[in-house]
Design a protein around this ligand. Sequence first.
Ligand code: HXC
Ligand code: NAP
Length: 290
Amino acid sequence: MLYTQAMLPDGTFSGKTVLITGGGTGLGKSMTRYFLQLGANVVIASRKIDVLKATADELSAETGGRVLPLQCDVRDYEQVENVLRQAFAEFGSIDVLINNAAGNFISPTERLSPRAFSAVIDIVLKGTIHFTLALGKHWIAQQQRGTILSIVTTYAWTGSAYVVPSACAKAGVLAMMRSLAVEWARYDIRCNAIAPGPFPTEGAWSRLMPDPIREKFEPANKIPVGRVGEHQELANLVAYLASDYAAFINGDCITIDGGEWLKGAGEFNNLDMVTPEMWDMLEMFTKGAK
Ligand code: HXC
Ligand code: NAP
């Protein structure tokens, strides 16, 4: 299948440095691998330094690329500035920021404490604000061009029950990307977002699709193309939007969900369960309604 294969030409990111928050696990790790394959230096930053180091060792051995693992809690602006300092010392500059770190879990909202709400908002929204602001200030002061890509979800615009802190935070991230796409274009800084549907990862599945839920609601059943996402197809989209091939794409949010959110939205979309025989019968009723 083509969508499981790498898409961009070798060397697309040669000489470039990409910073990926949450780059040690899940989708962030798949992005890290692909940017390395495309010739980038990659900085990965999150809380668990052991996990980051293991990923850095694994992926640099696999690709021959350079990965700098840095401990950072994105909720703390000083730690974010410290990551930038260390990245500049190692690689000289940063060309691409991927705001990928997130926290999330399913829960009825009335069960949440204020701390539970903040736990998610502070990682997703404030973490994105921190990295975007710190690196944006630097790029503007240095007159350096840059690209920012934030990973949101389709419920950034539909909202979603049972993940309300995440929905609020991702909506804020999307608003920030669209706002800065206009404000910072004059500094040659592009801002975009990607809204993935379900892509299996340990982090997301353990918190959002625990086994009792999955047994009842297999995610692929909600998706018109009949499957969940493959990591490489997301990595392809991330790398394309971060590259100069996408130089005219600014302020957009690209959905990659096999049609999932639209299926939930269309008034008659649930009629796909009607059989041809039933349609024959229904046609008699609808044609007769003169
Ligand atoms: C209710 C919960 C809870 C839960 C935590 N809390 N989990 N409340 N239900 N399942 C409450 C706690 O009781 C506490 O409040 C407060 O939240 C903070 O909890 P901590 O454990 O101290 O938080 P922290 O250590 O900061 O961890 C943050 C986290 C955790 C978000 C809670 O899950 C985490 O570290 N996640 C990182 C990775 C992640 O979530 N990946 C999934 C991304 S997937 P009190 O008041 O009791 O002190 C994703 C996909 C979206 O976003 C779309 C899919 C299609
Ligand atoms: P994941 O593996 O759990 O990734 C989340 C990452 O965020 C982890 O590496 C975690 O690392 C990091 N992180 C959490 N809190 C942090 C903090 N305070 N400071 C720094 N880093 C922190 O989950 P994933 O599925 O790959 O998710 C990646 C992105 O895709 C997220 O933005 C998510 O919302 C989005 N997304 C995923 C799906 C899906 O189906 N998987 C669908 C739509 C959108 P540490 O624990 O080391 O801090």
